[in-house]
Design a protein around this ligand. Structure first.
Ligand code: AMP
Ligand code: MN
Ligand code: MN
Ligand code: MN
Length: 287
């Protein structure tokens, strides 16, 4: 199976590498088709696409949109989106504005817990000042010696019931899928195995996602166990959804796997790329 990695981050959101560096690393790791999917921001796509072209690697415009569904935060990946599309651009601008307002509240909560100046601290770790996320706060907390590593921050801070946690209203599920589709893209439910919801709620979510115009679910992603991959292969078939594969790489030292270094999709899945031009291009280049 060709090596598709359809979920990666650069320092345009909370990844550690510049878009060009990420693309070069993915290419070196054997990725043949890469999507850059930064959180709520598409400003890395031009640089990534140019670098991919220089290296002769196929590139897909992507984005990962933050969504609130019931009490949960979900991530919806958009693939093959047109980055110039107004509705998508405006939608993401709204989400980013909410994100900034959330960052102020996170900093206020951390200050109450005895950690001052964390907004400035997080900003110092963010290449893109329009996109401050919990990972930037996490890197600040580690650098200040409050916590030993980023993974531990997400156990002791910034999550429900811990200092620095705030609730937040992101985009609606239907809105996010609608922006992606309006921009010519396909919507993929990211890392579904990570959501702490039971099977009844998961079925409701998959049905609503499909109804809203969603196309695929991530079956292979770094956060999934083999059991998750089996489970979501079954759900994909049950709900008429295609399957995607993406490492969710954020950078050296903060990720479980390198770009493209995941098992192939199970043979019974229909890949989200089955009818893409990239698939034909790869087949031709090999024949
Ligand atoms: P945000 O969108 O600002 O709420 O941040 C979400 C991001 O935080 C995710 O995309 C991950 O990059 C990171 N994150 C969330 N949970 C964890 C965790 N347990 N360990 C490491 N990073 C995490
Ligand atoms: Mn992230
Ligand atoms: Mn995500
Ligand atoms: Mn991601």
């Amino acid at each position: 199976m060709p090596n598709f990695d359809l979920h990666c981050h650069s320092n345009v959101s909370d990844g550690l590498l510049a878009p060009a560096e990420l693309v070069a690393r993915a290419h070196a790791a054997g990725v043949e088709v890469l999507a850059l999917t930064d959180h709520d921001d598409m400003s890395g796509l031009d640089e990534a696409r140019m670098t991919a072209a220089e290296l002769g690697m196929l590139f897909v415009n992507g984005v990962e949109i933050s969504v609130s569904w019931k009490k949960h935060t979900l991530h919806i990946v958009g693939l093959h989106v047109d980055p110039a599309h107004a509705a998508l651009q405006q939608g993401l601008a709204q989400v980013r504005a909410g994100r900034m307002e959330r960052a102020v509240r996170i900093a206020a909560e951390l200050a109450k817990a005895g950690i001052p100046d964390s907004l400035e601290g997080a900003r110092a770790f963010a290449e893109n000042q329009q996109l401050i996320g919990r990972s930037h706060f996490a890197r600040f907390l580690v650098a200040q010696g409050y916590v030993k590593d980023v993974k531990t921050v997400f156990k002791k801070y910034l999550v429900q019931g811990k200092p620095g946690f705030v609730t937040h209203q992101w985009a609606e599920l239907g809105e996010a899928v609608g922006w992606i589709r309006a921009a010519g893209g396909v919507a993929v439910l990211a890392h579904p195995g990570r959501y702490p919801i039971g099977s009844t709620n998961m079925r409701t979510l998959l049905a609503e996602f499909k109804e809203a115009g969603g196309t695929a679910v991530e079956v292979m992603t770094a956060a999934h166990t083999a059991e998750h991959s089996r489970l979501f292969t079954g759900y994909a078939e049950e709900f008429g959804l295609l399957a995607s594969r993406g490492s969710d790489f954020h950078g050296p030292g903060e990720s479980y796997v390198e770009p493209g270094r995941l098992p192939d999709l199970p043979a019974s899945c229909t890949p989200v790329w089955h009818d893409w031009a990239e698939t034909k291009t790869l087949a031709l280049s090999r024949s």
